[in-house]
Design a protein around this ligand. Structure first.
Ligand SMILES: Nc1ncnc2c1ncn2[C@@H]1O[C@H](COP(=O)(O)OP(=O)(O)OP(=O)(O)O)[C@@H](O)[C@H]1O
Length: 771
């Protein structure tokens, strides 16, 4: 026996084997429903939103429906933490629902051409979200420019709003305003451009009752006069009595969405607090089951009249939906005040919202001139207001390069040696006097050699009574080396030179200068070793020359001719300078940009600007423009100090040096953007910047040649941002190479690639980072 014959309803489509595509078509919203949704100022359907995931998700919105008719004041009420701010940020397009549908002013938030986020909305977030360093007027100018208002309009509105909100003189700095005044200032920003939809998150906190009333009067006036729609959240439930509609939000659902007057009547309550209490108790007891509620509503509910004529829609086709928690199947004409139950089957889950365009090129196309103008104006104003910080930022690299040039790479001087010279008499040792004979004299040659050490290498000599005393000086850390000359050192040395291969072994032994050193300090001991050797060669050559013998006899038989590149006596400063210059520019750029973006984010300004229609790409570009000027000044100062004042080696083209340094600064800026977008606090940003500093300095061949690194590191280091540019800069500075050399252009290619990588990462983070 079949179901119909049995008087049973027909089998559901699933049961009849309907294919998936056909079933899905059922879920597509019908045009008439869509049209009515789009007529509302805001329409939210089956909104689900949760934070976190896994086993313990925090479900904030749980199938919530909300309808805000155009021209109404909608009071959104709910306990702290119930999800009001989350709902508002989904409405303004700053957060996305996990599922469900939102229509704002006829479009989907964030979709092309919807104007949301954008100037159609005025948003006052819960936090103050204003720049403390700006005056009230400057704040309003900034947001007026973002909204593309003319200067005269901005001025007129500024006068009006300051008066309306009873604010002090507009030239006062925001940071000097009281907490309540700052919130009023924040409200003024939202009201400034007379948006179609005002979203105010607790605008009356900290405002005295008289002013609170005048704010409400103004809201009522703008909804009447210009059909502005207002959504307002507040903790003062009773002040919502003045709203046209209130929505009571609890447990992720709307408990009710009606006029305050109707709610009080319906629940036989003296106050809205009572209504909320009753509804909450009922929700807790689970009495309000969906079916019974629907029944109850169909029987009893009549939609209250909304005083605003804009809401008075008499035509069925334009009927406003006031849905409460009941979805689309219950729709009421506010004019007829009769409930109309649609005959459509229970609405299925809604299809996913339209994808919003997120590509880089889309963002570039939609960049607006007036946004960039406002942002760049604001960035420079911020710099002017923080002159101390800016001077510090620009001056810091100069100090750093000065420190480098003065502190690094110079040969140590005043190194102490202890000498036990058996050619000297006891008196000579006591008087610390070693007689030096000049010319072709072969007497007391030990004194002559030591004299050269003192004069040419600035060594400090201490003559000791015997060998052990000299060694003891080294053991006690009072000298770096102990030198021992045998009693007949001079004659043995002369004999060794003259006899050559026929010299006796004893003669050779006696002519040796015995040296014991403290080798613990690699730099000092290497330099001392070098100086003792080189000075000896010089000493022999001088004597040979004075005795009319070819000085070459006294040298090692190698002939170091004129260098192809560099100088005979290379110094560490020239080796380290390219890397150090690039590191200073890179990391200061990281610091300034990560700081600038984080200030913006942490003061809540970023959120506010994004809701005003500014895109992440515009913010990024404006920061690139402003921070570039800072970085350019830093780079210029560093180069001037290094090459003009300290005359570090610069053989190649100076413009190549400038170009590479600026590209490197740009790369640092972009890395700073990545950090500021990836982390949430300045402290974490500092850790990341510091954490990346040392590896880059150690691995990029700045302080030690890459050829000396562990083989695996050698391959890794090639992919780091400063490795190739350092090699490139070194070759330009010291070899004078140009762009025809691969070493040079690899540096440019590498740094440019990093700029692109960091920029793309930043844009992706701005676009997709949660929260
Ligand atoms: N970014 C976030 N990540 C994780 N959880 C969040 C986030 N933002 C909000 N929440 C959580 O979502 C819930 C709702 O927060 P929301 O700020 O929307 O509440 P609210 O009703 O505006 O509260 P209040 O009136 O105190 O401002 C809270 O439990 C909160 O802890």
């Amino acid at each position: 026996m079949d179901a119909e014959a049995d008087g049973l309803p027909p089998a559901p489509p699933q049961a009849s084997g309907m294919d998936l595509a056909a079933r899905r078509r059922l879920f597509i919203s019908q045009p008439s429903t869509l049209a009515t949704r789009r007529q509302q100022a805001v329409c939210v359907r089956r909104a689900h939103k949760m934070y976190g995931g896994g086993k313990n998700p925090n479900i904030v919105l749980d199938g919530l429906n909300m309808t805000v008719p155009k021209g109404a004041i909608y009071g959104l009420l709910g306990a702290s933490g119930c999800g009001k701010t989350t709902l508002l940020s989904c409405i303004v397009g700053r957060r996305r629902l996990n599922s469900g549908e939102i229509w704002v002013l006829g479009g989907r938030p964030g979709s092309r051409g919807s104007g949301v986020p954008g100037p159609r909305i005025g948003y006052m977030p819960q936090e103050v979200a204003l720049y403390g360093e700006f005056t009230m007027r400057e704040t309003l100018i900034y947001f007026g420019l973002i909204a593309h208002m003319s200067r005269s309009d901005i001025e007129d509105r500024t006068e009006f709003l300051l008066k309306l909100l009873n604010m002090p003189n507009g030239s006062k700095f925001v940071k000097n305003l009281s907490g309540g005044q700052q919130r009023r200032m924040s409200l003024a920003v939202a009201l400034l451009h007379e948006p179609e939809l005002l979203i105010l998150d607790e605008p009356t906190v900290g405002v005295d009752p008289v002013l609170r009333q005048s704010i409400w009067d103004h809201l009522v006036k703008i909804t009447n006069d210009s059909h502005t729609t207002v959504i307002i959240t507040t903790h003062y439930i009773e002040e919502c009595a003045q709203a046209h509609v209130i929505g009571l939000l609890r447990g992720g659902k709307m408990l009710a969405e009606e006029s305050p007057h109707f709610l009080r009547q319906q629940y036989n309550a003296d106050s809205l607090e009572d209504v909320f209490l009753k509804l909450s108790v009922m929700q807790n007891m689970g009495k309000r089951r969906r079916s019974s509620i629907a029944q109850e509503i169909v029987e009893q509910v009549t939609v209250p009249a909304i005083s605003n004529p804009a809401l008075d829609i008499s035509d069925e086709q334009h009927a406003a939906e006031i849905s409460g928690e009941f979805g689309d199947n219950i729709s009421m004409s506010s004019a007829a005040r009769d409930p109309i139950t649609t005959t459509a089957p229970a609405a299925p889950p809604l299809p996913p919202a339209d994808e919003t365009p997120t590509s880089f090129w889309y963002n570039l196309q939609v960049m607006q001139k007036h946004h960039l103008h406002a942002l760049i104006w604001k960035n420079f104003l911020w710099m002017m207001r923080n002159v101390g910080i800016m001077l510090f930022i620009v001056g810091l690299p100069v100090v750093q390069i000065l420190l480098f040039c003065y502190a690094i790479g110079h040969d140590p001087t005043g190194l102490k040696i202890a000498v036990s010279n058996h050619e000297m008499s006891k008196e000579m040792v006591e008087e610390q006097f070693c007689p030096v004979a000049r010319g072709c004299h072969q007497s007391m040659l030990s004194c002559r050699y030591i004299d050269m050490l003192v004069r040419n290498k600035s060594m400090v000599v201490n003559y000791m009574a015997d060998d052990e005393a000299a060694y003891d000086e080294v053991r006690r850390g009072r000298a770096w080396a102990a030198l021992v000359f045998q009693p007949n050192y001079t004659s043995a040395l002369v004999e060794r030179t003259e006899m050559g291969r026929y010299a006796e072994n004893d003669t050779i032994e006696e002519s040796d200068l015995g040296i014991r050193m403290d080798w613990t300090n690699q730099q000092i001991s290497t330099l001392m070793y070098r100086d003792l050797q080189y000075t000896f060669l010089d000493f022999v050559q001088v004597i040979l020359a004075e005795c009319d013998v070819n000085p070459k006899i006294g040298t090692v038989p190698t002939d170091f001719k004129e260098p192809i590149y560099g100088y005979r006596n290379p110094n560490f400063t020239d080796f380290a300078a390219p890397g150090v210059i690039l590191t200073i520019i890179f990391f200061l750029s990281v610091a300034i940009t990560s700081g600038a973006m984080l200030i913006e984010r942490n003061e809540g300004m970023l959120e506010r600007c994004l809701v005003a229609g500014i895109t992440g790409t515009e913010i990024l570009l404006s920061q690139v423009v402003t921070q570039f000027t800072v970085m350019f000044s830093q780079t210029s100062f560093v180069l001037i100090v290094s090459f003009y004042f300290f005359e570090l080696t610069l053989v190649g083209n100076v413009w190549l040096v400038v170009a590479l340094c600026i590209l490197n600064g740009l790369c640092g800026m972009c890395f700073g953007f990545v950090i500021s977008c990836a982390v949430d606090t300045e402290r974490t940003a500092t850790y990341v910047a510091m954490g990346s500093f040392l590896p880059i300095v150690m691995l990029c061949g700045i302080i030690w040649p890459i050829e000396g690194m562990y083989p695996l590191l050698q391959s890794i280091t090639l992919f780091l941002p400063l490795t190739k540019p350092t090699e490139s800069l070194r070759s330009i500075l010291q070899r004078g190479w140009d762009m025809s050399y691969p070493t040079v252009y690899y540096g440019f290619i590498s740094i440019s690639a990093w700029v692109v990588v960091f920029l793309v990462l930043t844009i992706l983070l701005i676009k997709f980072k949660k929260g």
